[in-house]
Write a protein that binds this ligand. Structure first.
Ligand SMILES: Nc1ncnc2c1ncn2[C@@H]1O[C@H](COP(=O)(O)OP(=O)(O)OP(=O)(O)O)[C@@H](O)[C@H]1O
Ligand SMILES: [Mg+2]
Length: 499
């Protein structure tokens, strides 16, 4: 029996007021793909941060390839050939792919000049060997998120990592990019690399992982062979109760038009029209979904409705009133709430206490932070006085949703509401969104998750290149039709294709 790649035994990590890891055991064999599963706040990121030397454990031992040692900082981890791809990438936007990869390890010619040529060749070689297609000379700011992730992977391979850790790598990827990443995992494994990956998506675990370790509230629950269990069993092991996968919903009772968008044009960061002549209505008591591949104008659309970006032309009407040039503050007062996709940039002030973030927009109303924490099951052992940035990723997301729903909006714009949430939390957030709709609120849902769109929406609008290319009532929307529309094929053309 070869020695395991990693053995973490009895690992404990205590933050003030929280036992993030409570005598956790985590053993990863060489050349396996090992998933780490657990609810939001279960202690997954903490455990991996210990392994790469970002945190020192309060108890327990670590063996790497059979040898017991201490990993005091990330350099120790690199020397042990352990590398991590973080959820929020750490790349420099105006540097090229190669420059980012060699950063800190710049190759020099014999005369001491920077030798990017040989670095580029090595990057090319790695990129070929593992099927990580990138252009070594592109600037980071010009490439897609999926490609940036490949750069992060190349960066640790360049440092000879053979134990690779991924913290929620699929949360920011499109479905196609996810398939590609899982294929890359298999290739890395075939080359003898060991992979640990954190994900909330059970489908991905079933598709790619050999074994899975489950944590619950800081404690080790089990390590299982993935082939032996179904998605449902994995989910139950994780949350400790039965989980309802099917979204139950009553028929919609649509009322008046609450949001009316007419011929809207919004300029994107590159100066071109990101939203390009878009028209759409959302009625009271219905959920309208915007399905589309990332980068087709989703964030610009949401920002414009909320007032974060100006409309270049066209109109936005709220209950018949033109709000195209109305201030954000006024829009909030009128009853528009917004859950943005980039929670750290736009949703929260990470250095504020949790209660401050929860009350950010409702400071004139009675205090209710603890109430929201209970209702939305925000896992904050220290309560409202925790620094928001110290919440786990998923619990930050729950905090934004709690705050926005507490405003009792008439129009709710939600963008990627369940990104990074565990299955139990997703179940709850979906139920809350439908409850808003049943109370007669208008909901605009923007999501890359087709399952989420199909499960929640009463009408599905497909977005492509800044335009709505088709709208289907829920009963007629399925993966194939919506997928084809998202690709920019209009219904009529589709018929033509099939004719
Ligand atoms: N630097 C910190 N200071 C204080 N508490 C922290 C810190 N980092 C994490 N915690 C707490 O430790 C617990 C575990 O957090 P961790 O980030 O490991 O969870 P997670 O399993 O990765 O969750 P998620 O799926 O939401 O990312 C949480 O209660 C969190 O609030
Ligand atoms: Mg985490």
């Amino acid at each position: 029996m070869p020695v395991p790649a990693i053995e973490m035994l009895g690992i404990t990590k205590i933050f003030p007021g929280v036992v993030a890891n409570n005598r956790v055991n985590f053993t990863v064999e060489q050349a396996e793909i090992h998933a780490l599963l657990g609810e939001n706040g279960a202690g997954k990121s903490t455990l991996m941060s210990i392994l790469i030397g970002l945190y020192e454990p309060d108890g327990g031992i670590i063996r790497v390839r059979g040898q017991e040692l201490r990993i005091r900082n990330p350099n120790d981890a690199t020397a042990l050939r352990i590398g991590m791809v973080h959820q929020h990438f750490k790349l420099i936007p105006n540097f090229t792919v190669t420059e980012n990869i060699v950063l800190g390890l710049e190759p020099r010619s014999p005369l001491g000049n920077l030798d990017l040529q040989s670095a580029e060749e090595r990057v090319q070689g790695l990129s070929h060997a593992y099927g990580l297609a990138v252009d070594p000379r592109s600037k980071i700011e010009d490439i897609t998120v999926g490609m940036q992730q490949r750069v992060e992977i190349l960066k640790i391979l360049y440092r000879d990592a053979d134990i690779l850790i991924f913290d929620e790598p699929t949360a920011v990827l499109t479905p196609q990019e996810i398939d590609e990443l899982l294929a890359i995992f298999r290739r890395l494994k075939a080359e003898g690399k060991t992979i640990v990956f954190i994900t909330h998506k059970l489908k991905e675990i079933k598709a790619a992982a050999d074994r899975c370790t489950v944590l619950r509230r800081g404690k080790f629950i089990a390590t299982v062979k993935v082939a032996d269990l179904g998605e449902r069993e994995l989910a139950e092991m994780m949350v400790g109760r039965a989980v309802n996968f099917k979204i139950e919903k009553a028929p919609p009772r649509p009322g008046e038009v609450v949001l009316k968008i007419e011929d809207l044009v919004v300029t994107g960061p590159q100066g071109a029209a990101a939203v390009n002549g878009l028209s759409l209505d959302v009625r009271a008591g219905e959920v309208v979904g915007v399905a589309g591949v990332d980068g087709n104008g989703q964030s610009e659309l949401a920002s414009a409705i909320y007032g974060l970006l100006p409309a270049k032309s066209g109109r936005i009407l709220f209950k018949g009133r033109d709000i195209t040039r109305t201030s954000i503050r006024e829009r909030i007062k009128m009853g528009i709430a917004y859950v943005p996709d980039d929670r750290q940039r736009y949703g929260l002030v990470l250095d504020f206490f949790l209660y401050e973030n929860l009350m950010l927009k409702a400071y004139h109303k009675p205090p209710f932070a603890q109430n929201l924490i209970n209702q939305f099951d925000i896992r904050a052992e220290k309560g409202p006085l925790i620094r928001t940035g110290d919440l786990s990723g998923g619990n930050q997301q729950k905090a934004i949703i709690a705050r926005e729903l507490s405003l009792v909006p008439e129009l709710l714009i939600v963008s990627q509401p369940t990104r990074g949430l565990d299955v139990g939390a997703i179940e709850y957030i979906h139920a809350r969104i439908l409850a808003e709709r049943d109370k007669g609120r208008a909901v605009l849902l923007i999501s890359f998750e087709l399952d989420e769109i199909l499960g929640l929406c009463d009408r599905v609008a497909a977005l492509s290149k800044g335009q709505i290319v088709g709208i289907l009532p829920a009963a007629e929307a399925d993966e194939r039709r919506v997928g084809a529309m998202m690709g920019g094929i209009q219904e009529a053309d589709q018929e033509a294709v099939h004719a």
